[in-house]
Design a protein around this ligand. Structure first.
Ligand code: HDL
Ligand code: ZN
Length: 436
């Protein structure tokens, strides 16, 4: 903001704590969000989830419900969706108080959609939300959550995704849904995907035994083809706690290191796309829980530092799943302008931890980070995920402004507006070097 804005009356000083906190709350509420990591899709995508039974069978709630009952996991999985939702409602909302973040989120969402959750009437909720027209519902949910855009998770190795994007006319895309090219199979299951790549016409050895210049060239061509098709805003991968860079502790690790160095990062650089690393997920610690069966582990920030130092002309967006990694990640971000920490991911997406992490980041980085993403899998979830997070981000930011006020520094209204817009989307757009 220029001082001219101040002199031109576009801005005024916030001189009292109550006025300051009220203004911050208003700005956080009214500023549209760019939600930079979700599992949502446009209305015409066959896998877009929405509605009460999908809300109740969110894998977070499946895990919470199955731990308090003796129902065999397979018996649960064999239930129809609606009966799974009934089971979760009975065990987490009726037999116990819905005090967990995922439970409270369902209630926040239903209340924001105008339902009286005090009735505790699941049948009534179903009736009220029945017969939804998906396109209208997407509009309604985006408005309720005050979302400007969401970034999807697009895996070209997923058959439904592949089929959808191969037949899509890029001109017909819904501009609210931005793409992210997700490449976990390439970096985590190389030997399993090479036969698929060969089948698609890429000159790689079907058994993955060869990783010569031709092969890495073909992987670059595969990535470039999907960048052309998806027009993603970043490349992304989720990585286990033991991820290290560089890593030559075994053949698989060497393959991953070389694919990152010889294929992914050159393509990211060539297309000016950030590489988003989501580190610390321990996949399938309990396989019987299926999509709900993943855990968390502390990972190596040193590897992040090595990537940022080794490739200063590549931008890295990083979120880590372990609470214990957050301070180190914040300090690493102080060292590297090509490192953008983002979100309170998954098991960190709880008010107590969002508060702690956001305050730590403001103290370490000022406003130069991306505080949150929803990770929503069910469309309606963005309502609660952003209501809950906006409240916390507003509270924590107000605390910091209040400390400034105590020094005699008076935040200007235009400065608060600028800072909130940066945190809720502007920092992302600036980091990727474009605007919506
Ligand atoms: O890998 C990821 O993108 C994770 O977010 C997983 O999808 C996870 O199951 C999830 O939904 N977390 O919120
Ligand atoms: Zn995710």
């Amino acid at each position: 903001m220029s001082m001219d804005d101040v002199s031109s009356g576009k801005s005024r000083p916030l001189t009292s704590v109550s006025e300051l906190r009220s203004f911050v709350r208003q700005m956080v509420e009214k500023t549209p969000v760019t939600d930079i990591h979700t599992h949502l899709y446009p209305p015409d995508f066959p896998q877009l989830l929405y509605g009460i039974d999908e809300l109740l069978t969110y894998h977070y709630l499946i895990a919470e419900a199955l731990r308090v009952t003796s129902l065999p996991y397979d018996a649960f999985w064999q239930l129809p969706r609606r009966e799974q939702a009934d089971f979760i409602w009975e065990n987490l909302f009726v037999n116990r108080s819905p005090v967990s973040e995922a439970c409270r989120g369902v209630l926040t969402t239903l209340a924001k959609l105008g339902l009286d959750v005090g009735t505790r009437d699941l049948a009534g909720f179903r009736t009220a939300l029945s017969g939804l027209h998906v396109s209208e519902y997407v509009d309604r949910v985006f408005a309720a959550a005050n979302l400007d855009r969401v970034v999807m998770t697009n895996d070209p190795f997923d058959p439904v995704e592949r089929e959808y994007w191969l037949r899509r006319d890029p001109a017909a895309r819904d501009p609210r849904f931005l793409a992210a090219l997700r490449i976990d199979p390439l970096l985590l299951s190389w030997r399993q995907v090479t036969s698929q790549l060969a089948e698609w016409g890429y000159q790689v050895s079907p058994d993955g035994s060869r990783l010569d210049a031709q092969t890495t060239g073909e992987v670059r061509r595969f990535l470039a083809d999907w960048i052309e098709r998806l027009q993603p805003v970043y490349l992304a991968v989720s990585l286990p706690p033991e991820f290290a860079y560089p890593d030559h502790s075994g053949p698989e690790q060497t393959i991953r290191t070389r694919l990152i160095e010889e294929a992914v990062l050159p393509v990211a650089r060539e297309h000016g796309l950030p590489f988003a690393l989501m580190i610390g997920v321990k996949r399938q610690v309990n396989p019987a829980l299926r999509v709900a069966g993943d855990g968390v582990g502390k990972a190596s920030v040193t590897s992040v530092e090595r990537l940022c130092a080794g490739f200063p002309d590549v931008k890295f967006m990083v979120t880590m799943l372990s609470r214990e990694n957050q301070h180190e990640l914040g300090v690493a971000a102080r060292k590297f302008r090509n490192l953008m920490p983002f979100g309170c991911w998954w098991f960190l997406n709880n008010p107590s931890l969002i508060t702690e992490i956001t305050r730590m980041r403001l103290e370490l980085l000022g406003t130069s980070f991306i505080p949150q993403h929803s990770d929503a899998r069910v469309l309606d979830q963005v309502i609660y995920k952003w209501m809950h997070s906006r409240a916390i981000i507003g509270e924590v930011l107000s605390n910091q402004y209040e400390l400034l006020l105590q020094t005699g520094w008076q935040p200007m209204t235009a400065e608060v507006e600028r800072d909130v817009a940066a945190l809720l989307g502007g920092n992302f757009w600036d980091f990727i070097g474009r605007r919506p």
